[in-house]
Design a protein around this ligand. Structure first.
Ligand code: ATP
Length: 598
Protein backbone atom coordinates (compact mmCIF):
# COMPACT_ATOMS: atom_id res chain seq x y z
CA UNK A 1 0.00 0.00 0.00
CA UNK A 2 1.40 3.41 -0.90
CA UNK A 3 2.09 5.97 1.81
CA UNK A 4 -0.76 8.13 0.62
CA UNK A 5 -3.30 5.43 -0.06
CA UNK A 6 -6.74 6.94 -0.17
CA UNK A 7 -5.54 10.05 -1.94
CA UNK A 8 -6.69 9.84 -5.53
CA UNK A 9 -4.01 10.05 -8.18
CA UNK A 10 -6.59 11.76 -10.38
CA UNK A 11 -6.34 14.71 -7.97
CA UNK A 12 -2.78 15.34 -9.13
CA UNK A 13 -3.73 15.09 -12.78
CA UNK A 14 -6.70 17.45 -12.50
CA UNK A 15 -4.72 20.02 -10.53
CA UNK A 16 -1.78 19.84 -12.94
CA UNK A 17 -4.23 20.23 -15.81
CA UNK A 18 -5.91 23.26 -14.22
CA UNK A 19 -2.55 24.85 -13.33
CA UNK A 20 -1.32 24.25 -16.89
CA UNK A 21 -4.51 25.83 -18.28
CA UNK A 22 -4.08 28.88 -16.04
CA UNK A 23 -0.48 29.25 -17.19
CA UNK A 24 -1.48 29.03 -20.85
CA UNK A 25 -4.13 31.66 -20.22
CA UNK A 26 -1.53 33.90 -18.59
CA UNK A 27 0.69 33.53 -21.66
CA UNK A 28 -2.15 34.12 -24.12
CA UNK A 29 -3.97 36.99 -22.41
CA UNK A 30 -1.49 39.81 -23.09
CA UNK A 31 -1.62 38.87 -26.79
CA UNK A 32 -5.40 38.65 -26.96
CA UNK A 33 -6.46 41.65 -24.90
CA UNK A 34 -6.87 45.19 -26.24
CA UNK A 35 -4.49 47.87 -24.87
CA UNK A 36 -6.85 48.83 -22.07
CA UNK A 37 -7.19 45.16 -21.03
CA UNK A 38 -3.40 44.79 -20.99
CA UNK A 39 -3.12 47.80 -18.67
CA UNK A 40 -5.72 46.30 -16.36
CA UNK A 41 -3.89 42.96 -16.40
CA UNK A 42 -0.65 44.72 -15.50
CA UNK A 43 -2.34 46.44 -12.57
CA UNK A 44 -3.89 43.16 -11.41
CA UNK A 45 -0.46 41.52 -11.46
CA UNK A 46 1.12 44.38 -9.51
CA UNK A 47 -1.68 44.48 -6.92
CA UNK A 48 -1.49 40.67 -6.61
CA UNK A 49 2.01 41.03 -5.20
CA UNK A 50 0.77 43.32 -2.43
CA UNK A 51 -2.21 41.03 -1.72
CA UNK A 52 0.15 38.04 -1.63
CA UNK A 53 2.11 39.69 1.16
CA UNK A 54 -1.14 40.27 3.03
CA UNK A 55 -2.18 36.64 2.58
CA UNK A 56 1.02 35.65 4.35
CA UNK A 57 0.94 38.40 6.96
CA UNK A 58 -2.77 38.63 7.75
CA UNK A 59 -4.43 35.48 6.43
CA UNK A 60 -1.79 33.04 7.57
CA UNK A 61 0.10 34.69 10.44
CA UNK A 62 -2.83 36.72 11.78
CA UNK A 63 -1.20 40.21 11.84
CA UNK A 64 -3.07 43.00 10.08
CA UNK A 65 -1.40 45.81 8.16
CA UNK A 66 -3.13 48.80 6.61
CA UNK A 67 0.17 50.23 5.47
CA UNK A 68 1.00 48.05 2.47
CA UNK A 69 0.16 50.83 -0.01
CA UNK A 70 2.74 53.00 1.75
CA UNK A 71 5.39 50.27 1.35
CA UNK A 72 4.39 50.16 -2.30
CA UNK A 73 4.90 53.92 -2.37
CA UNK A 74 8.43 53.53 -0.99
CA UNK A 75 9.25 51.17 -3.86
CA UNK A 76 7.68 53.47 -6.46
CA UNK A 77 9.12 56.77 -5.19
CA UNK A 78 12.61 55.42 -4.47
CA UNK A 79 12.98 54.19 -8.03
CA UNK A 80 11.26 57.24 -9.53
CA UNK A 81 13.54 59.66 -7.65
CA UNK A 82 16.76 57.73 -8.19
CA UNK A 83 16.16 57.02 -11.88
CA UNK A 84 14.83 60.46 -12.89
CA UNK A 85 16.95 62.74 -10.73
CA UNK A 86 20.17 60.73 -10.35
CA UNK A 87 19.83 58.56 -13.46
CA UNK A 88 20.41 55.34 -11.54
CA UNK A 89 19.68 52.01 -13.18
CA UNK A 90 16.15 50.87 -12.14
CA UNK A 91 17.64 47.56 -10.95
CA UNK A 92 20.03 49.37 -8.64
CA UNK A 93 17.12 51.53 -7.49
CA UNK A 94 15.22 48.32 -6.66
CA UNK A 95 17.99 47.32 -4.27
CA UNK A 96 17.85 50.76 -2.65
CA UNK A 97 14.04 50.48 -2.37
CA UNK A 98 14.35 47.06 -0.74
CA UNK A 99 16.87 48.50 1.70
CA UNK A 100 14.60 51.43 2.63
CA UNK A 101 11.56 49.17 3.00
CA UNK A 102 13.42 46.62 5.08
CA UNK A 103 14.65 49.37 7.39
CA UNK A 104 11.15 50.79 7.96
CA UNK A 105 9.58 47.32 8.29
CA UNK A 106 12.19 46.25 10.81
CA UNK A 107 11.70 49.39 12.90
CA UNK A 108 7.88 49.19 12.80
CA UNK A 109 7.95 45.45 13.41
CA UNK A 110 10.49 45.57 16.22
CA UNK A 111 8.48 48.22 18.07
CA UNK A 112 5.00 46.73 17.62
CA UNK A 113 5.24 42.98 17.05
CA UNK A 114 6.32 42.16 20.59
CA UNK A 115 3.07 43.66 21.88
CA UNK A 116 -0.15 41.76 21.51
CA UNK A 117 -3.37 43.45 20.37
CA UNK A 118 -3.80 46.22 17.85
CA UNK A 119 -0.42 47.90 17.98
CA UNK A 120 0.70 46.71 14.56
CA UNK A 121 -2.49 47.74 12.70
CA UNK A 122 -2.41 51.14 14.45
CA UNK A 123 1.26 51.64 13.66
CA UNK A 124 0.66 50.74 10.00
CA UNK A 125 -2.25 53.22 9.81
CA UNK A 126 -0.01 55.95 11.22
CA UNK A 127 2.73 54.96 8.79
CA UNK A 128 0.28 54.87 5.87
CA UNK A 129 -1.14 58.32 6.59
CA UNK A 130 2.14 60.05 7.32
CA UNK A 131 3.94 58.64 4.31
CA UNK A 132 1.12 59.74 2.01
CA UNK A 133 1.64 63.34 3.17
CA UNK A 134 5.41 63.04 2.90
CA UNK A 135 4.96 61.99 -0.73
CA UNK A 136 2.59 64.89 -1.29
CA UNK A 137 4.51 67.62 0.54
CA UNK A 138 8.20 66.92 -0.06
CA UNK A 139 7.68 68.76 -3.35
CA UNK A 140 11.37 69.30 -4.19
CA UNK A 141 12.05 65.60 -4.02
CA UNK A 142 8.76 63.97 -5.01
CA UNK A 143 7.10 66.60 -7.18
CA UNK A 144 4.34 66.97 -4.59
CA UNK A 145 0.79 66.00 -5.49
CA UNK A 146 1.49 66.49 -9.18
CA UNK A 147 4.11 63.76 -8.97
CA UNK A 148 7.17 62.71 -10.94
CA UNK A 149 7.02 62.16 -14.69
CA UNK A 150 9.22 60.43 -17.24
CA UNK A 151 10.27 57.52 -15.11
CA UNK A 152 12.43 55.49 -17.52
CA UNK A 153 11.27 52.12 -18.85
CA UNK A 154 12.86 48.92 -17.55
CA UNK A 155 15.46 47.10 -19.59
CA UNK A 156 15.86 43.35 -19.35
CA UNK A 157 18.95 41.81 -20.98
CA UNK A 158 19.43 44.99 -22.99
CA UNK A 159 15.83 45.07 -24.26
CA UNK A 160 13.76 48.12 -23.26
CA UNK A 161 10.27 47.12 -22.11
CA UNK A 162 8.49 50.11 -23.60
CA UNK A 163 5.44 48.17 -24.74
CA UNK A 164 2.75 47.39 -22.15
CA UNK A 165 2.37 43.89 -23.54
CA UNK A 166 6.01 42.92 -23.00
CA UNK A 167 6.06 44.57 -19.59
CA UNK A 168 3.01 42.58 -18.50
CA UNK A 169 4.93 39.35 -19.18
CA UNK A 170 7.62 40.52 -16.77
CA UNK A 171 4.95 41.34 -14.17
CA UNK A 172 3.27 37.95 -14.60
CA UNK A 173 6.59 36.13 -14.34
CA UNK A 174 7.43 37.95 -11.10
CA UNK A 175 3.94 37.28 -9.68
CA UNK A 176 4.15 33.56 -10.45
CA UNK A 177 7.64 33.29 -8.96
CA UNK A 178 6.54 35.18 -5.84
CA UNK A 179 3.41 33.03 -5.44
CA UNK A 180 5.39 29.81 -5.83
CA UNK A 181 7.94 31.12 -3.33
CA UNK A 182 5.24 31.90 -0.75
CA UNK A 183 3.59 28.54 -1.45
CA UNK A 184 6.92 26.77 -0.88
CA UNK A 185 7.42 28.74 2.30
CA UNK A 186 4.04 27.74 3.69
CA UNK A 187 4.67 24.06 3.16
CA UNK A 188 8.04 24.18 4.92
CA UNK A 189 9.19 23.91 8.52
CA UNK A 190 9.31 27.71 8.84
CA UNK A 191 5.93 28.00 7.11
CA UNK A 192 4.29 25.57 9.52
CA UNK A 193 5.58 27.66 12.42
CA UNK A 194 4.22 30.81 10.70
CA UNK A 195 0.85 29.08 10.25
CA UNK A 196 0.90 28.28 13.98
CA UNK A 197 1.18 32.02 14.84
CA UNK A 198 -2.47 32.66 14.10
CA UNK A 199 -3.52 30.76 17.20
CA UNK A 200 -0.96 32.59 19.41
CA UNK A 201 2.66 31.91 20.19
CA UNK A 202 2.46 29.02 22.64
CA UNK A 203 2.58 26.03 20.27
CA UNK A 204 5.36 27.32 18.04
CA UNK A 205 7.42 28.47 21.06
CA UNK A 206 6.86 25.10 22.75
CA UNK A 207 8.62 23.42 19.86
CA UNK A 208 11.55 25.79 19.77
CA UNK A 209 10.47 28.55 17.35
CA UNK A 210 11.25 32.21 18.06
CA UNK A 211 7.79 33.60 17.28
CA UNK A 212 8.81 37.25 17.60
CA UNK A 213 11.46 36.80 14.94
CA UNK A 214 9.02 34.80 12.77
CA UNK A 215 6.49 37.66 12.97
CA UNK A 216 9.14 40.20 12.01
CA UNK A 217 10.26 38.06 9.07
CA UNK A 218 6.67 37.67 7.87
CA UNK A 219 6.09 41.43 8.12
CA UNK A 220 9.33 42.01 6.24
CA UNK A 221 8.38 39.65 3.38
CA UNK A 222 4.96 41.31 3.02
CA UNK A 223 6.57 44.77 2.98
CA UNK A 224 9.19 43.74 0.41
CA UNK A 225 6.51 42.27 -1.86
CA UNK A 226 4.62 45.59 -1.66
CA UNK A 227 7.84 47.47 -2.40
CA UNK A 228 8.48 45.26 -5.43
CA UNK A 229 4.94 46.00 -6.60
CA UNK A 230 5.61 49.75 -6.26
CA UNK A 231 8.82 49.48 -8.26
CA UNK A 232 7.00 47.60 -11.04
CA UNK A 233 4.18 50.16 -10.90
CA UNK A 234 6.52 53.14 -11.33
CA UNK A 235 8.18 51.67 -14.43
CA UNK A 236 4.87 50.42 -15.84
CA UNK A 237 3.07 53.77 -15.61
CA UNK A 238 6.31 55.79 -15.97
CA UNK A 239 4.73 58.30 -13.58
CA UNK A 240 4.12 58.42 -9.82
CA UNK A 241 2.01 60.63 -7.58
CA UNK A 242 0.74 59.99 -4.01
CA UNK A 243 -2.82 58.89 -4.93
CA UNK A 244 -2.19 55.12 -5.37
CA UNK A 245 -0.32 54.92 -2.06
CA UNK A 246 -2.85 56.38 0.38
CA UNK A 247 -4.47 54.66 3.36
CA UNK A 248 -7.69 53.99 1.42
CA UNK A 249 -5.69 51.96 -1.10
CA UNK A 250 -4.04 50.11 1.80
CA UNK A 251 -7.54 49.13 2.90
CA UNK A 252 -8.39 48.08 -0.65
CA UNK A 253 -5.42 45.69 -0.61
CA UNK A 254 -6.84 44.12 2.54
CA UNK A 255 -10.16 43.74 0.69
CA UNK A 256 -8.32 41.90 -2.07
CA UNK A 257 -6.72 39.48 0.36
CA UNK A 258 -9.99 38.88 2.24
CA UNK A 259 -12.14 38.52 -0.88
CA UNK A 260 -9.68 36.19 -2.63
CA UNK A 261 -9.28 34.03 0.46
CA UNK A 262 -7.01 35.47 3.08
CA UNK A 263 -5.18 32.23 3.89
CA UNK A 264 -4.67 31.09 0.31
CA UNK A 265 -1.73 32.03 -1.87
CA UNK A 266 -3.57 31.89 -5.21
CA UNK A 267 -6.51 33.67 -3.58
CA UNK A 268 -4.33 36.82 -3.66
CA UNK A 269 -4.39 36.78 -7.46
CA UNK A 270 -8.09 36.07 -7.49
CA UNK A 271 -8.84 38.88 -5.01
CA UNK A 272 -6.63 41.38 -6.85
CA UNK A 273 -8.31 40.45 -10.14
CA UNK A 274 -11.85 40.60 -8.75
CA UNK A 275 -11.43 43.95 -6.95
CA UNK A 276 -9.53 45.64 -9.79
CA UNK A 277 -12.06 44.59 -12.45
CA UNK A 278 -15.01 45.35 -10.21
CA UNK A 279 -13.62 48.76 -9.28
CA UNK A 280 -13.08 49.62 -12.88
CA UNK A 281 -16.57 48.54 -13.85
CA UNK A 282 -18.23 50.26 -10.89
CA UNK A 283 -16.33 53.49 -11.55
CA UNK A 284 -17.96 53.47 -14.98
CA UNK A 285 -21.52 52.61 -14.08
CA UNK A 286 -22.15 54.00 -10.56
CA UNK A 287 -21.59 57.74 -11.27
CA UNK A 288 -23.89 57.39 -14.30
CA UNK A 289 -26.45 55.66 -12.09
CA UNK A 290 -26.28 58.31 -9.32
CA UNK A 291 -26.05 61.18 -11.78
CA UNK A 292 -22.85 62.68 -10.28
CA UNK A 293 -19.17 61.84 -9.85
CA UNK A 294 -17.94 60.19 -6.62
CA UNK A 295 -16.10 57.17 -5.22
CA UNK A 296 -19.26 55.10 -4.89
CA UNK A 297 -17.34 51.87 -5.44
CA UNK A 298 -15.86 52.20 -1.93
CA UNK A 299 -19.38 51.96 -0.45
CA UNK A 300 -19.99 48.91 -2.58
CA UNK A 301 -16.73 47.27 -1.44
CA UNK A 302 -17.60 47.97 2.20
CA UNK A 303 -20.93 46.19 1.79
CA UNK A 304 -19.31 43.36 -0.13
CA UNK A 305 -16.79 42.71 2.62
CA UNK A 306 -19.50 42.76 5.31
CA UNK A 307 -21.43 40.16 3.30
CA UNK A 308 -18.28 38.10 2.73
CA UNK A 309 -17.42 38.06 6.42
CA UNK A 310 -20.99 37.01 7.17
CA UNK A 311 -21.40 34.26 4.57
CA UNK A 312 -18.02 33.17 3.24
CA UNK A 313 -15.39 34.20 5.72
CA UNK A 314 -12.64 32.22 4.04
CA UNK A 315 -13.10 34.08 0.75
CA UNK A 316 -13.58 32.96 -2.85
CA UNK A 317 -10.57 30.69 -3.32
CA UNK A 318 -11.80 27.78 -1.13
CA UNK A 319 -15.06 27.78 -3.11
CA UNK A 320 -13.15 27.34 -6.37
CA UNK A 321 -10.68 24.95 -4.77
CA UNK A 322 -13.50 22.57 -3.86
CA UNK A 323 -14.29 22.12 -7.56
CA UNK A 324 -11.11 20.12 -8.15
CA UNK A 325 -10.00 16.95 -6.28
CA UNK A 326 -7.97 17.61 -3.11
CA UNK A 327 -4.27 18.33 -3.23
CA UNK A 328 -2.06 15.25 -2.94
CA UNK A 329 0.30 15.47 0.03
CA UNK A 330 3.94 15.60 -0.88
CA UNK A 331 5.49 12.31 0.20
CA UNK A 332 9.27 12.11 0.38
CA UNK A 333 10.87 8.70 -0.01
CA UNK A 334 13.81 7.39 2.00
CA UNK A 335 15.47 10.03 4.12
CA UNK A 336 18.43 10.21 6.48
CA UNK A 337 17.54 10.08 10.17
CA UNK A 338 17.45 13.34 12.10
CA UNK A 339 20.20 13.54 14.68
CA UNK A 340 18.97 12.38 18.08
CA UNK A 341 19.91 13.96 21.39
CA UNK A 342 21.81 11.96 24.02
CA UNK A 343 19.32 10.55 26.51
CA UNK A 344 19.85 10.33 30.27
CA UNK A 345 20.72 6.86 31.58
CA UNK A 346 17.94 5.05 33.40
CA UNK A 347 17.58 6.43 36.92
CA UNK A 348 19.56 9.62 36.20
CA UNK A 349 17.97 12.84 37.49
CA UNK A 350 16.12 14.58 34.65
CA UNK A 351 14.15 17.31 36.41
CA UNK A 352 14.57 19.00 39.79
CA UNK A 353 12.09 21.58 41.03
CA UNK A 354 13.47 23.43 44.08
CA UNK A 355 11.27 25.52 46.38
CA UNK A 356 9.39 26.99 43.48
CA UNK A 357 6.94 29.85 44.07
CA UNK A 358 4.57 31.43 41.55
CA UNK A 359 2.73 34.54 42.59
CA UNK A 360 -0.17 36.00 40.58
CA UNK A 361 -0.83 39.36 42.28
CA UNK A 362 -1.97 38.42 45.76
CA UNK A 363 -2.39 34.72 44.93
CA UNK A 364 0.33 32.12 45.44
CA UNK A 365 -0.67 29.57 42.79
CA UNK A 366 2.45 27.51 43.58
CA UNK A 367 3.96 27.82 47.03
CA UNK A 368 7.38 26.38 47.84
CA UNK A 369 7.05 23.13 45.91
CA UNK A 370 10.00 20.77 45.36
CA UNK A 371 10.30 17.38 43.67
CA UNK A 372 12.58 15.42 41.35
CA UNK A 373 11.99 13.17 38.38
CA UNK A 374 14.34 10.44 37.18
CA UNK A 375 14.90 8.96 33.72
CA UNK A 376 12.48 6.20 32.75
CA UNK A 377 10.01 7.23 35.47
CA UNK A 378 6.37 8.32 35.22
CA UNK A 379 5.66 10.96 37.85
CA UNK A 380 2.01 11.86 38.36
CA UNK A 381 1.20 15.43 39.46
CA UNK A 382 -2.28 15.39 40.96
CA UNK A 383 -4.52 17.60 43.06
CA UNK A 384 -8.01 19.07 43.06
CA UNK A 385 -9.07 21.85 40.69
CA UNK A 386 -7.09 25.03 41.26
CA UNK A 387 -4.33 23.18 43.17
CA UNK A 388 -1.63 24.71 40.94
CA UNK A 389 -0.79 21.75 38.66
CA UNK A 390 -1.06 23.61 35.35
CA UNK A 391 0.85 26.55 36.81
CA UNK A 392 3.60 24.13 37.82
CA UNK A 393 3.51 22.69 34.30
CA UNK A 394 3.93 26.18 32.87
CA UNK A 395 6.88 26.88 35.17
CA UNK A 396 8.67 23.73 34.04
CA UNK A 397 8.00 24.38 30.34
CA UNK A 398 8.95 28.06 30.55
CA UNK A 399 5.53 29.42 29.55
CA UNK A 400 5.53 31.41 32.83
CA UNK A 401 8.68 32.23 34.80
CA UNK A 402 8.82 31.30 38.51
CA UNK A 403 8.65 34.13 41.04
CA UNK A 404 11.34 32.37 43.08
CA UNK A 405 12.94 28.94 43.39
CA UNK A 406 14.74 26.94 40.73
CA UNK A 407 13.89 24.55 37.93
CA UNK A 408 16.85 22.36 36.92
CA UNK A 409 16.71 20.27 33.74
CA UNK A 410 19.43 17.63 33.37
CA UNK A 411 21.70 19.64 35.64
CA UNK A 412 21.06 22.98 33.92
CA UNK A 413 19.21 25.85 35.58
CA UNK A 414 16.32 26.68 33.24
CA UNK A 415 14.30 28.85 35.64
CA UNK A 416 14.56 32.00 33.58
CA UNK A 417 14.67 30.45 30.12
CA UNK A 418 11.80 31.02 27.65
CA UNK A 419 9.68 28.07 26.43
CA UNK A 420 11.56 27.75 23.13
CA UNK A 421 14.92 27.39 24.86
CA UNK A 422 13.59 24.81 27.33
CA UNK A 423 12.01 22.89 24.48
CA UNK A 424 15.34 22.83 22.65
CA UNK A 425 16.95 21.32 25.77
CA UNK A 426 14.70 18.28 25.41
CA UNK A 427 11.23 18.98 26.80
CA UNK A 428 8.23 17.89 24.72
CA UNK A 429 4.71 18.70 25.83
CA UNK A 430 1.02 18.30 25.13
CA UNK A 431 -1.71 20.78 26.04
CA UNK A 432 -4.66 20.55 28.44
CA UNK A 433 -6.85 21.96 25.66
CA UNK A 434 -5.70 20.29 22.46
CA UNK A 435 -3.78 22.71 20.25
CA UNK A 436 -3.56 21.11 16.84
CA UNK A 437 -4.02 22.60 13.37
CA UNK A 438 -7.25 21.04 12.11
CA UNK A 439 -6.68 21.76 8.43
CA UNK A 440 -3.22 20.26 8.38
CA UNK A 441 -2.69 16.53 7.99
CA UNK A 442 -1.61 14.43 10.96
CA UNK A 443 1.86 14.29 9.40
CA UNK A 444 2.16 18.08 9.08
CA UNK A 445 0.98 18.52 12.67
CA UNK A 446 3.51 16.01 13.92
CA UNK A 447 6.29 17.56 11.82
CA UNK A 448 5.79 20.78 13.76
CA UNK A 449 7.17 18.97 16.81
CA UNK A 450 10.53 18.62 15.05
CA UNK A 451 10.95 22.34 14.30
CA UNK A 452 14.14 22.59 16.34
CA UNK A 453 15.62 19.40 14.87
CA UNK A 454 15.62 20.61 11.27
CA UNK A 455 17.13 23.57 9.46
CA UNK A 456 15.98 25.74 6.60
CA UNK A 457 15.04 29.36 7.22
CA UNK A 458 12.73 31.65 5.32
CA UNK A 459 14.79 32.08 2.15
CA UNK A 460 15.82 28.43 1.87
CA UNK A 461 12.17 27.46 2.30
CA UNK A 462 11.00 29.85 -0.42
CA UNK A 463 13.54 28.39 -2.79
CA UNK A 464 12.77 24.87 -1.58
CA UNK A 465 16.36 24.19 -0.62
CA UNK A 466 15.35 22.46 2.59
CA UNK A 467 13.98 19.26 1.02
CA UNK A 468 16.51 16.98 2.71
CA UNK A 469 15.54 18.13 6.20
CA UNK A 470 11.85 18.10 5.24
CA UNK A 471 12.17 14.49 4.11
CA UNK A 472 13.84 13.48 7.37
CA UNK A 473 11.25 15.38 9.37
CA UNK A 474 8.40 13.73 7.50
CA UNK A 475 9.90 10.26 8.01
CA UNK A 476 10.28 10.97 11.73
CA UNK A 477 6.69 12.26 11.95
CA UNK A 478 5.43 9.07 10.28
CA UNK A 479 7.44 6.92 12.71
CA UNK A 480 5.97 8.69 15.75
CA UNK A 481 2.45 8.62 14.30
CA UNK A 482 2.90 4.88 13.91
CA UNK A 483 4.19 4.66 17.49
CA UNK A 484 0.95 6.16 18.82
CA UNK A 485 -1.16 3.93 16.54
CA UNK A 486 -2.44 6.49 14.00
CA UNK A 487 -0.47 5.34 10.92
CA UNK A 488 -3.57 4.49 8.88
CA UNK A 489 -4.85 8.06 9.24
CA UNK A 490 -1.53 9.82 8.75
CA UNK A 491 -2.64 11.76 5.64
CA UNK A 492 -6.07 12.77 6.90
CA UNK A 493 -6.79 16.22 8.32
CA UNK A 494 -6.24 16.38 12.06
CA UNK A 495 -9.60 18.13 12.55
CA UNK A 496 -11.40 14.94 11.48
CA UNK A 497 -9.99 12.93 14.39
CA UNK A 498 -12.04 12.32 17.54
CA UNK A 499 -10.69 14.05 20.65
CA UNK A 500 -9.01 10.93 22.02
CA UNK A 501 -6.98 10.46 18.87
CA UNK A 502 -6.16 14.16 18.74
CA UNK A 503 -4.56 13.77 22.15
CA UNK A 504 -2.55 10.82 20.81
CA UNK A 505 -1.47 12.99 17.88
CA UNK A 506 -0.29 15.66 20.32
CA UNK A 507 1.85 13.00 21.98
CA UNK A 508 3.27 12.01 18.56
CA UNK A 509 4.05 15.68 17.88
CA UNK A 510 5.84 15.97 21.21
CA UNK A 511 7.80 12.76 20.49
CA UNK A 512 9.00 14.13 17.13
CA UNK A 513 10.89 16.71 19.23
CA UNK A 514 12.96 13.76 20.56
CA UNK A 515 12.37 14.82 24.17
CA UNK A 516 14.34 13.68 27.17
CA UNK A 517 11.28 14.61 29.21
CA UNK A 518 7.65 14.38 28.07
CA UNK A 519 5.06 16.51 29.87
CA UNK A 520 1.45 15.50 29.43
CA UNK A 521 -1.26 17.88 30.66
CA UNK A 522 -4.45 15.96 31.41
CA UNK A 523 -4.07 13.59 28.43
CA UNK A 524 -7.17 11.60 29.47
CA UNK A 525 -9.52 14.61 29.75
CA UNK A 526 -12.62 14.07 27.62
CA UNK A 527 -11.65 10.53 26.60
CA UNK A 528 -14.04 7.54 26.57
CA UNK A 529 -13.22 4.41 28.57
CA UNK A 530 -11.60 2.48 25.72
CA UNK A 531 -9.67 5.59 24.60
CA UNK A 532 -8.25 5.90 28.13
CA UNK A 533 -7.16 2.28 27.92
CA UNK A 534 -5.42 2.95 24.59
CA UNK A 535 -3.70 5.93 26.17
CA UNK A 536 -2.55 3.88 29.17
CA UNK A 537 -1.16 1.19 26.85
CA UNK A 538 0.74 3.83 24.87
CA UNK A 539 2.22 5.48 27.97
CA UNK A 540 3.34 2.10 29.33
CA UNK A 541 4.97 1.36 25.98
CA UNK A 542 6.76 4.72 26.00
CA UNK A 543 7.97 4.14 29.55
CA UNK A 544 9.25 0.69 28.55
CA UNK A 545 11.19 2.41 25.74
CA UNK A 546 12.83 4.65 28.35
CA UNK A 547 10.76 7.85 27.94
CA UNK A 548 10.53 9.96 31.10
CA UNK A 549 7.06 11.38 31.74
CA UNK A 550 5.54 14.05 33.97
CA UNK A 551 1.80 13.49 33.95
CA UNK A 552 -0.82 15.96 35.18
CA UNK A 553 -4.06 14.02 35.42
CA UNK A 554 -7.43 14.04 37.14
CA UNK A 555 -8.38 10.46 36.31
CA UNK A 556 -7.39 8.65 39.51
CA UNK A 557 -7.69 5.11 38.13
CA UNK A 558 -5.42 5.94 35.22
CA UNK A 559 -2.81 7.79 37.21
CA UNK A 560 -2.72 5.29 40.10
CA UNK A 561 -2.13 2.47 37.63
CA UNK A 562 0.44 4.25 35.52
CA UNK A 563 2.60 6.43 37.76
CA UNK A 564 5.68 5.17 39.61
CA UNK A 565 5.41 8.06 42.05
CA UNK A 566 2.94 10.85 42.72
CA UNK A 567 3.23 14.43 43.89
CA UNK A 568 -0.03 15.71 45.35
CA UNK A 569 -0.68 19.45 45.34
CA UNK A 570 -3.35 21.34 47.24
CA UNK A 571 -3.84 25.11 47.41
CA UNK A 572 -0.50 25.56 45.64
CA UNK A 573 1.46 23.51 48.19
CA UNK A 574 2.89 20.03 48.07
CA UNK A 575 0.65 17.92 50.26
CA UNK A 576 2.27 14.53 49.77
CA UNK A 577 4.76 12.59 47.68
CA UNK A 578 5.29 8.84 47.28
CA UNK A 579 4.21 5.73 45.43
CA UNK A 580 0.53 5.44 44.51
CA UNK A 581 0.04 3.06 47.46
CA UNK A 582 1.73 5.47 49.90
CA UNK A 583 -0.28 8.40 48.62
CA UNK A 584 -3.54 6.48 48.91
CA UNK A 585 -2.71 5.75 52.55
CA UNK A 586 -1.77 9.38 53.28
CA UNK A 587 -4.28 10.76 55.77
CA UNK A 588 -4.06 14.36 54.53
CA UNK A 589 -4.56 13.31 50.93
CA UNK A 590 -7.57 11.15 51.81
CA UNK A 591 -9.14 14.06 53.66
CA UNK A 592 -8.26 16.87 51.28
CA UNK A 593 -8.55 15.23 47.94
CA UNK A 594 -9.07 11.56 47.28
CA UNK A 595 -11.99 11.09 49.68
CA UNK A 596 -13.86 7.91 48.94
CA UNK A 597 -11.77 7.00 45.87
CA UNK A 598 -8.67 5.94 47.85
N1 ATP B 1 -2.38 33.62 34.74
C1 ATP B 1 -3.00 33.59 35.91
N2 ATP B 1 -3.33 34.73 36.55
C2 ATP B 1 -3.93 34.72 37.74
N3 ATP B 1 -4.27 33.58 38.41
C3 ATP B 1 -3.96 32.42 37.83
C4 ATP B 1 -3.33 32.35 36.55
N4 ATP B 1 -3.17 31.05 36.23
C5 ATP B 1 -3.68 30.33 37.25
N5 ATP B 1 -4.16 31.15 38.20
C6 ATP B 1 -4.76 30.76 39.46
O1 ATP B 1 -3.83 29.89 40.10
C7 ATP B 1 -4.51 28.86 40.77
C8 ATP B 1 -3.99 27.53 40.29
O2 ATP B 1 -4.46 27.33 38.97
P1 ATP B 1 -4.02 26.08 38.09
O3 ATP B 1 -4.66 26.24 36.78
O4 ATP B 1 -2.54 25.95 38.14
O5 ATP B 1 -4.68 24.87 38.88
P2 ATP B 1 -4.86 23.37 38.41
O6 ATP B 1 -4.45 22.53 39.55
O7 ATP B 1 -4.14 23.14 37.14
O8 ATP B 1 -6.42 23.32 38.17
P3 ATP B 1 -7.25 22.44 37.11
O9 ATP B 1 -7.10 21.03 37.57
O10 ATP B 1 -8.63 22.96 37.25
O11 ATP B 1 -6.64 22.68 35.77
C9 ATP B 1 -6.01 29.05 40.49
O12 ATP B 1 -6.56 29.72 41.59
C10 ATP B 1 -6.01 29.91 39.25
O13 ATP B 1 -7.16 30.72 39.21
Amino acid sequence: MSATSGVKASGVQTRTFVAGGALLLAVALPLLLPDFGVTLLGNIGIFSLVALGLVLLTGVAGSTSFGQAAFMGVGAYTTAILTTRLEWSPWLALLAAFGMTALVALILGAVTLRMSGHYLPLATIAWGISLYYVFGNATDLTGGFTGLREVPPLSVLGVQLTSGRTYVYLILLIVILAAVGVQNLLSSRTGRAIRALRGGSVVAESFGADTYWLRIQTFLVAALLACLAGWLYAHFWRFVNPTPFGLNIGIEFLFMAVLGGSGFVWGALLGAGAITLLKNWLQDILPALFGQAGSYETIFFGLLIILMLQYSRRGLWPILDRLVPPRTPKVFGQAPLLSARSKPANGEEVLRVEHVVKQFGGLRAVNDVSFTLHAGEILGLIGPNGAGKSTMFNLVTGVNPATSGRVVLRGRDVTKLPARAISRLGVGRTFQHVKLFPEMTLVENAMMGGYARARGGLLASMLHLERRDEASLQAEALREIERVGLRDQAWNQAGNLPLGKQRLLEIARALVADPALLLLDEPAAGLRYHEKQELATLLRKLKAEGVTILLVEHDMDLVMNLADRLVVMNYGEKLAEGTPAEVQRHEGVREAYLGGVA
